[in-house]
Design a protein around this ligand. Sequence first.
Ligand code: COA
Length: 161
Amino acid sequence: MIPGVNRLSIEYLEDRPEVVPTVASWVWQEWGFASVEACAGHLVESHRGGLPSRFVGLKAGDPVGIVNLIECNLPPRCHLTPWLAGLFVHADHRGRGVGTALTRFREAEAAALGVRMLYLYTERAEGFYQRLGWTTLESLEWEGEPVAVMSRELRANAQDS
Ligand SMILES: CC(C)(COP(=O)(O)OP(=O)(O)OC[C@H]1O[C@@H](n2cnc3c(N)ncnc32)[C@H](O)[C@@H]1OP(=O)(O)O)[C@@H](O)C(=O)NCCC(=O)NCCS
């Protein structure tokens, strides 16, 4: 269980294959990839301690959110790596610390793997990440939308920060 968030546990997605169809339907609805099946195909690619790797947040066994670590999420900035990507909390569970817990867990796991600088880009959640200590590196247009590219310096004990 994750301290501070009621009944939340966080697991590697490959350990919970039964939740992949549900998570794939969220990802498809939120980010509009080609199909739910295509999303599920991406999600099953998950390597413990490697790239890509995916964590799912669960409450009472049901998925409530997801967060990924991938090599690159923004083709014009692939000299930067790795990236926190695809953070999503189901609408029924927002505003209760799940997004924060998933981000912190992801940061801590990356730090434990030796990552010292983590990157992300976001269209709508710059303020959310700023509150968690992320810094905006630049603003640019990507696929017709303004996005913020952000970074976070990690320490070995990132879970505590
Ligand atoms: C952004 C998101 C992950 C936050 O998850 P969450 O579980 O609600 O987050 P938490 O409960 O840990 O934190 C909520 C706090 O962040 C703030 N917040 C949430 N979304 C925000 C946003 N887009 N911009 C700024 N602040 C935001 C809330 O107002 C709340 O503040 P409060 O504690 O003062 O009330 C969730 O809203 C989501 O999945 N959104 C759709 C996908 C998305 O935008 N993902 C971001 C990556 S690109």
